[in-house]
Design a protein around this ligand. Structure first.
Ligand code: F0G
Length: 961
């Protein structure tokens, strides 16, 4: 594992690996990054991510590198805090000049430097709030002075309180009319104290991104980033960019007034004054992280007018859009928008330094901000010097570079628009300004390919494509952080025609891949790279998979409930069933793809299949797949490291509940790794492992197997291998009521005999319960009923030590017959040959039962995971009936989506699935098979299944789990 993954970003590191983005870049120049291939040779990559937009001058621009060398060679005093930092001064002057030139504003700007974009944003936020609190204090002081003046004037008899003064609503609530000046002033004071406690409000746009520090993250729209820290922060309201008309309503809702008293013409009156509550409005002229959305001239104008009207500061965040990125120093200047504050960063550092600047109009600047805001590394000579060089390069030749950005941007945009015209089914939109471009891809939620549908479901389509573009096309593009279907394209101003053509070719192929759903090209880069790509051409896979359209549901008389069933990949090779484009990938490639996807296991749910009960109710039965193989599941169990997979399962159950499912069934290994659901903590949804109906159907399947071979279960001996577990014991208890003899075969490990004795006691205990309950007896209980011990107990009537009866029976039989005539315990697997029925349930890590172990024509049910019987046993022994359990037929032939059936045929469900559906049909709203199951649960669920038309279809004979 890489040290980055181990020590720096454990989660992202794994995701990079999963997507094929796990490269280390060793060299960078202009628009090109280099990493090394497996042989150590440098691989050039066209970099369109450009350092999240911080490389308008490209990587390692020669003049900036030379200038940086110069600064170092001169032994500059990089950190000389508490002195005249003239390098920063010169940079401040240069920035002020450029902004004034571009916005035609006379007033200079004062710069506060920092180290990152978020820091600049927070400096602006702090400064604006300082301005606001100063204004509030001034207002409060003037009110206090007016209050004193009124009190004195009334005291001297020079003025009287105007009757109207008590009519202001805030006064009327607190002081009745006709009270004196003191009552009036007390009411005014109480109102004002409450008003002054109002927390400031910030406005920002929906989809905004202003940083991720404690303060700035509050202004960032993506709730995933923001809400965990909501308690730490300021009050922010987000406004949709295209609805500036909402602003006035917000101002009205947020309006807070102070009450002031005027003394004039011998009368004291109460007047309202607006309290400044909205500290600032933050806008990005072109939103980057939120998906490349540019403000229009009209939107900008509406925002500026609003700020003027309510007297709030406009902070223009040019961290990403500025420094030439959009074809001007400030993107806002292109729409004629002027700010009170500007934040700059990213390209300001020229790709070498970390620097940001917050510029504020000089007349607004609060001198004390110098002291109450600081940052050790800010204003250092190195970054200031580099940034000054950047400004010089940007401004050289009368803005030649800005024109170049515009021209290159137009050329690249034309290519992207050509692609959009050619692939309107793939590309939804091309937008942006200058070299700040976004390509929005259409949603793939309706694709038939499971890989594409899954990427739409997890919002990761853009990331999947990034892997392809990097590995196959040697182009580095990533989607924007908060819009996973928008590819963000931010090259340097030096993008060449050849590079633009490279982009055209690559995106053309990518569009063809998406149109044709040929996911092989997307999955291969995310698999083991030592495995060569099996084919280069793009094939059309549309139409090779059935769609998800379903017939309109039949009307039902009862309720329709949604239920979810969690399944997972049995083997990676099964991906070929759900995504035929992957057919040419080897098992090894598919396996490494699935292993790599470990950090993102969830896949898109299959639309619900409607199943109707003859009793009138219905369910929508939806699969919630996890992209994890049985092999991986076995690995988690073997290592004991189940925390991660349990969290993944819990997340799927929550998603099912949030989608409105009343029941979640845990299929295959998901029930095992959660100890049959008991590890999950998800309120509001009923869970089941499906084990009860699985046992019921297993018993029925064995019966049918016996019937097919012309003999009866009643006449058979049953052998149970590994009988100590819950499910095997319940099987044994059920069979004990049917037949005369059971052989319990333990492993050769210590303690196995003792554990099996407990199973024996459990079986006899159940037998006694049957006998004590009265009624007709069969199997072992019928024979036990003739034992003198039992007749004695029955004569004694109820009472006594009921819990110990099982053991007492076993001891009685041993004493009376020398050996137990009904239940035999052994560690010798040769005993299997005496049995016509075999239940294999041992937790051996390897299959160990072969053809030699079984009697002629035996019926074997292998419920062990992994299986106990070696694969291919029926080829060696065609006389055997080998099954893994029962398959259930749906009431009206309802079927899973053909690609999700695994070993099932149309009209069939696995028994655990059927139990999940049944809970919905029967309206069972509590957990059913949860933890250990009992014989009674099996009997009850079997009866319920029968009533709802879910019956044994067949026994499954393939190795499936
Ligand atoms: N403001 C804007 C407009 C930004 O795009 C960013 C960062 C910041 C502030 C914060 O800057 O990361 O230096 O603290 N944008 C990056 C992006 C992360 O993905 O676009 P920072």
């Amino acid at each position: 594992m890489s040290q980055f993954t181990e020590f720096v970003q454990p989660q992202m590191g794994r995701i990079f690996t999963a997507l094929g983005l796990d490269v280390e870049y060793v060299r960078a120049e202009g628009n090109t990054l280099h990493h090394r291939d497996e042989q150590g040779a440098e691989v050039p990559v066209l970099d369109l991510m450009g350092g999240y937009g911080s490389l308008i001058l490209g990587h390692n621009h020669p003049e900036i590198v030379a200038h940086a060398h110069d600064l170092l060679d001169q032994r500059r005093a990089v950190h000389a805090q508490f002195s005249l930092r003239e390098e920063a001064g010169r940079l401040g002057a240069a920035l002020s000049d450029v902004v004034r030139r571009e916005t035609s504003v006379k007033e200079p700007y004062v710069a506060t430097f920092g180290n990152s974009g978020a820091e600049a944003v927070e400096a602006a936020v702090k400064h604006a709030e300082l301005v606001r609190v100063r204004a509030v204090a001034e207002l409060a002081d003037s009110v206090a002075a007016h209050v004193e003046r009124a009190r004195e004037a009334v005291g001297r008899g020079e003025a009287v309180v105007d009757a109207d003064a008590f009519h202001a609503p805030a006064v009327r609530e607190r002081a009745p009319e006709g009270e004196g000046i003191e009552a009036l002033l007390a009411a005014v004071g109480a109102h004002n104290t409450a008003a002054l406690a109002t927390r400031p409000l910030f406005l920002a746009l929906e989809r905004s991104f202003h940083g991720k520090l404690v303060g700035s993250v509050q202004l960032t729209y993506n709730s995933g980033f923001r809400t965990p820290f909501a308690h730490l922060g300021t009050r922010v309201r987000f406004v949709p960019m295209d609805r500036p008309e909402l602003l006035d309503a917000i101002a009205d809702e947020e309006r807070v007034t102070l009450l002031d008293v005027e003394t004039d013409g011998g009368r004291v009156r109460v007047v309202e004054r607006d309290l400044p509550v909205i500290t600032a409005f933050l806008v990005e002229p072109v939103q980057g992280e939120g998906g490349i959305h540019a403000l229009t001239v009209e939107q900008g104008r509406a925002i500026r007018l609003f700020c003027n009207k309510v007297g709030t500061a406009l902070i223009i965040d040019e961290v990403q859009s500025g420094l030439g990125r959009c074809g001007a120093f400030l993107a806002s200047s292109l729409i004629g928008l002027r700010g009170d504050y500007y934040t700059l960063s990213k390209s300001l550092g020229g790709g070498l330094a970390k620097i940001s600047a917050m510029l504020v109009r000089k007349s607004l600047y609060q001198g004390e901000f110098d002291i109450i805001h600081s940052s050790t590394f800010a204003m250092d000579d190195f970054s200031s010097g580099v940034a000054r060089k950047v400004v010089e390069l940007l401004e050289a030749g009368d803005g030649q570079l800005y024109r170049q950005v515009t021209e290159r941007g137009e050329r690249l945009t034309a290519v992207l628009n050509d692609l959009k015209a050619a692939y309107p089914d793939v590309i939804e939109d091309v937008r942006g300004k200058g070299l700040f471009l976004g390509v929005q891809l259409r949603d793939q939620g309706g694709a038939r390919s499971m890989v594409l549908r899954g990427s739409a479901y997890t919002g990761s389509l853009g990331y999947l494509l990034s892997g392809y573009l990097l590995r196959q096309e040697r182009i580095r593009i990533a989607p924007t952080g908060s819009a996973g279907n928008v590819l963000r394209i931010q090259p340097s101003a030096y993008l060449t025609d050849e590079e633009i053509e490279q982009v055209r070719g690559a995106l053309d192929r990518l569009c063809r891949i998406l149109r044709h759903e040929d996911t092989l090209h997307l999955v291969h880069p995310a698999s083991d790279r030592r495995i060569p790509k099996p084919r280069a051409e793009i094939r059309d896979f549309r139409g090779t998979l059935p769609g998800y359209e379903q017939d309109a549901p039949r009307p039902v008389t009862g309720p329709v409930r949604k239920v979810a069933f969690l399944n997972h990949l049995i083997e990676p090779a099964h991906l070929r069933q759900v995504d035929p484009a992957l057919a040419d990938l080897s098992d090894a490639a598919l396996r490494s793809f699935v292993l790599g996807m470990d950090p993102v296991k969830k896949a898109a749910p299959y639309p619900g299949v409607r199943i109707d009960s003859p009793l009138g109710s219905a369910v929508e039965f939806a699969l919630y797949p996890l992209m994890v193989s049985s092999e991986q599941m076995g690995g988690y169990l073997a290592s004991g490291d189940v925390t991660g997979i349990r969290a993944d399962i819990e997340e799927r159950v929550q998603a099912a509940r949030d989608d409105g499912c009343a029941v979640a069934g845990l299929g295959m290994y998901t029930s095992i790794v959660t100890n049959n659901c008991t590890s999950l903590r998800v309120p509001g949804i009923a869970l089941t492992s499906g084990n009860a109906l699985t046992v019921a159907m297993g018993v029925q399947a064995m019966e049918r197997g016996a019937q097919d071979r012309g003999w009866k279960v009643e006449d058979a001996t049953l052998a149970v291998v590994g009988a100590a577990g819950n499910i095997a014991s319940v099987y044994s208890q059920l069979f004990a009521e049917r037949l005369g003899r059971i052989v319990l075969v333990g492993s050769r490990r210590d303690g196995s005999v003792r554990r099996l004795r407990n199973t024996v006691h459990g079986i006899y205990q159940e037998c006694w319960s049957r006998i004590a309950a009265g009624g007709e007896l069969t199997g072992i209980p019928a024979r036990l009923a003739e034992e003198p011990l039992i007749t004695k107990w029955l004569a004694e009537g109820p009472g006594g030590d009921d819990a110990g009866r099982g053991r007492a029976i076993a001891e009685h039989l041993q004493e009376r017959y020398g050996s137990d005539p009904f239940l035999t315990v052994t560690q010798d697997s040769a005993a299997l040959r005496e049995a016509q029925l075999v239940l294999a349930a041992s937790n051996s890590p390897e299959p160990f039962l072969t053809g030699e172990h079984f009697a002629d024509g035996a019926v074997i049910c292998d419920i062990a995971v992994p299986n106990n019987v070696v694969p291919g046993v029926t080829e060696q022994r065609p006389d055997l009936a080998y099954m893994l359990g029962g398959i259930v037929a749906t009431p009206n032939g309802e079927s899973l989506h053909p690609s999700a059936r695994a070993f099932l045929e149309a009209g069939q469900l696995f028994a655990c699935m059927a139990e999940t559906a049944l809970m919905g049909l029967a309206g069972l709203d509590r957990h059913y098979s949860y933890g250990n199951i009992s014989r009674q649960q099996v009997i009850d669920i079997a009866a319920l299944a029968d009533a709802h038309g879910l019956r044994l279809a067949d026994y499954k004979s393939a190795h499936s789990v």
